[in-house]
Structure formats: C-alpha cells, structure tokens
Design a protein around this ligand. Structure first.
Ligand code: PEP
Ligand code: MN
Length: 443
C-alpha cells in the first residue's frame, strides 16, 4: 500500500494551504523532511489505536489537551512541563472517577498550523495575510513576517522533536509518578479557594493511594505513564514528507505524531485531506461541527475507515453548548444504527468562541462545561459511549477564558492573554473542569 504523491493530493483541491512564493525553497524543505528520522514509531500508533478501541467500548476515557497553536517560543522546559503536569493531574482525577484507564494525548509536538476563517487580517486600516501558525508565517503584524516561509516546516519538525524528547523524559523519568501527581492535586485543593470545593474527591484519591502504600503495592504503573502526541494534520507538505512505509507491515504511517486529526474546515469528502488520511494507518480524528449531517458522518467513516476497524476513527464533535443537545443525537443515532465503529469525543471549545466587549477572542467556562454536560446527556440517553474530551489548555495562569471559580471577567482577560489563536483554559480552570467531569463520570 502506498500513498498518492503530493501533486495528486493538491489536484483534489486542498483547503487552508499556504501560498508559498518560492517553490524551490518549498521543495528544499520537503526534501529535508523526507529524510528526517521519525518522531514516533508505527507500533506506538498501533498501541494508541488499541487504546482508542477501548475508549469506544467504554472501557477507557480519552483526555486530549494542549494549546490551540503551539509556538516556537513556547518550546521551553517550563512551558512543556507545566502543560504536562496539569494534563496528568486532570488524568488522575478522571481515572479515579471513571474507574477505567485514561488515554492521555497531548495536542503538542506538531500543533503548529492553523486553519483560518479569513485569509486576511485587518488592524487599524492595514490588511495583511492572516497568521496561519508558526508552521507557516510569523505572528508579528508586518508584511515580511506574514509571508509563508517553507523553512518553518523544518523548524516545526525540530521543535516537535525537542518537545517530544522532553515529554518522553518527563513521563518515564519519575516526574509523572502517581503519588507525586496526586500530591499536586492535594496541594491545589488545599491552597486554592477554587480547589477547596473538590476536597472530598481529592481526599478519596489520596486515601486510595495511602492504602496501596500500606499494603506494599508499588506497581510499575505508579512510576511511568503512557502519553501520546497529536496535532491537526493540515499543511500537506509537512504531513506527506513525514509519512513513511513501516518496515514491519509495509503500511504507511504519519510518523510526525501518534494521532492526527482532520479539522472542521478540511473535512470535504472529496478533498485532499480526507484522501490523504484514508491512506495512513495512524489512529485519526475528524471534527464534526453543527453543519455536519449524519450522512456526512457515514460517508466520512466509509472513506476513512472502510474496514470498520475499532479504534481507527474518532469523531470529535464541536457543536457549541447551545446546539449540542439538538444536533448531536441524530448524528450518533444514525452512525450507531449503521454499525459504524467510532469513538465519540467532545471538543467543548470550538463551538463556544465569541469576541468579548474588550476585543479578545474568548469562551465562557460555563459554556465549555455545559457542552460536555450535553455530550454526556446525549450519549447516556442513546445508550452510547461518551468517550472523552479534547480541550485547549495550558499549564500557566493565563486569562483567556472568562468565568470559572477565579471569576475572570471580560476586563480581566487583558491581564495575561497570551494565546496567538484561540483562548485556552488556564491551570486552575483545567483542574476545575476535570473535577466537574469527574462528577459526570460518577453520575
Ligand atoms: C482546533 O482544534 O484548533 C480547530 C481549529 O478546530 P476546528 O477544526 O474544530 O475548528
Ligand atoms: Mn483552536
């Protein structure tokens, strides 16, 4: 099995691609990437497929999180560690509540390219090409910076390699020790006025661990965690150059991340992205927003997972809190009735974005929570599995989302708004969300 070449993918019409002014430099970057070592191994991708199959059966819960858009400047030990720490803290709370393994996936080590609703951006009467992520052009609002530069694709590879190296070290080198992670949660509950609401649950987790320690149980699972990388596979040159034939199976894998997903703006059935994804063997996601019909979902599943292989395909639904209860049931119902194997994951972020009176792009914590609640209600009413959630979050104390126990308001957003694209849950909001979802899982 092979994959179509880049030219034939582009011939299908690929949405959301950069217009590179210098084709020769682009070809140079692609050539460099084609010989770069893999960032992940095919066997690791297969392991994740098996775990997502368990998610679809309701035997595991999926937690996927990270920045909307990573930046090259954000590749620091501190930033990666903080993000990872909060994800692990969330995972402990969810594991305890769900009583099943939590499959942990970072939106990291490759999440550098962004689809945009407009090709252009206007500020103070000046119009320039939109920022499309550090993979494509610079955030700085100058004509030079906004020109797509193919060298950035090579920079994405190097930044992702550095990030993944850190993640692998943190998750196997003792930092992710379960007792330590649980201790951080206890600290959060003790020291933060917001956290105090979750004292009972954190106390239960701690006493479960104390009991394990008292009987002398010390399994290897306490000391290291499985962690996977993911990103939206958007820029065809990058994804294609990092697609390799696995020597074991002779099958193509995208070796730039364990899981890759198709965005809401690039899921055209006859488009280049869906075609490309149909050829790779990684576990894949596909976003489905309120405009997706049940027939769209069925057609996507038929094309992306013709063998109906469990764990291969995840539908990531992003309806918005106001639409999820009306829109999601017909999709889930029909897909289920047709016997289509899929894991259902909620993205409670992208259907809930609005512009604050102060000009910032934001979301309400309560809307995020309400969409997840709606997602659980819909699946429980239909007897299907609410498999997990994908969130935009960071380990830092930023102010990008309004509400939550810290009661950030629209004026407070200015205090520390750092995202270059979409607003993220901050450290406290991420933990709060995990405790709320834990209650839904126990209900
Ligand atoms: C995203 O996940 O950052 C994103 C752009 O989502 P969507 O494709 O669902 O709009
Ligand atoms: Mn986003």
């Amino acid at each position: 099995m092979s994959i179509p070449d880049l030219a034939s993918l582009h011939a299908l019409g690929a949405a959301q691609q950069p217009t590179y002014p210098d084709r020769a430099r682009l070809e140079g970057a692609v050539t460099t990437l084609r010989t770069a070592p893999p960032l992940v191994f095919a066997g690791e991708c297969d392991d994740l497929t098996a775990k997502i199959a368990a998610v679809a059966r309701g035997e595991a819960f999926l937690l996927q999180g990270g920045d909307c858009a990573e930046t090259f400047a954000g590749v620091t030990a501190e930033n990666v560690r903080n993000k990872l720490r909060v994800l692990l803290q969330m995972a402990v709370v969810l594991t305890y509540a769900a009583k099943v393994p939590v499959v942990k996936i970072g939106r990291l080590a490759g999440q550098y390219a962004k689809p945009r609703s407009s090709d252009l951006e206007t500020r103070d009467g000046v119009t320039l090409p939109a920022y499309r992520g550090d993979a494509v052009n610079g955030y700085e609002f100058t004509p030079e910076s906004r020109i797509p530069d193919p060298q950035r694709l090579v920079d994405v590879y190097n930044a992702s390699a550095a990030t993944l190296n850190l993640v692998r070290a943190f998750t196997t080198g003792g930092y992710a020790d379960l007792r330590q992670v649980s201790e951080w949660n206890t600290d959060f509950v003790r020291s933060s006025p917001v956290g105090q609401r979750y004292e009972a649950l954190a106390g239960e987790i701690q006493s479960a661990l104390d009991f394990m320690a008292a009987i002398g149980a010390d399994p290897v699972e306490f000391h290291k965690v499985d962690f996977h990388s993911s990103h939206e596979a958007l820029v065809l040159e990058y994804e294609h150059a990092l697609t390799r034939i696995d020597s074991r199976t002779e099958l193509p894998y995208n070796v730039s991340g364990h899981m890759v997903w198709i965005g809401e703006r690039t899921r055209q059935l006859d488009g280049a992205h869906v075609e490309y994804f149909s050829h790779i063997r990684n576990p894949i996601g596909c976003k489905l927003g309120p405009s997706a019909t049940a027939d769209d979902a069925l057609a996507l599943a038929a094309k992306l997972n013709p063998a109906n292989e469990p764990g291969r395909l995840t539908f990531i639904t992003r309806f918005g809190a106001a639409k999820v209860r009306d829109g999601l049931p017909q999709l889930v119902e029909k897909v289920t009735a047709e016997g289509v194997q899929v894991a259902w994951v909620s993205d409670p972020m992208h259907g809930n974005t609005f512009e604050a009176s102060t000009g910032y792009k934001t979301r309400r914590f309560d809307d995020v929570l309400d969409e997840i609640r709606g997602f659980f209600e819909v699946h429980r009413a239909l007897g299907t599995v609410p498999g997990g959630m994908m969130v935009e979050m960071t380990g830092d104390d930023v102010t990008e989302i309004v509400g939550g126990g810290e009661e950030i308001d629209e004026h407070g957003l200015a205090h520390r708004y750092e995202s270059v694209v979409d607003p993220r849950l901050n450290r406290v909001q991420s933990l709060e969300l995990a405790f709320h979802v834990a209650e839904m899982l126990r209900a």
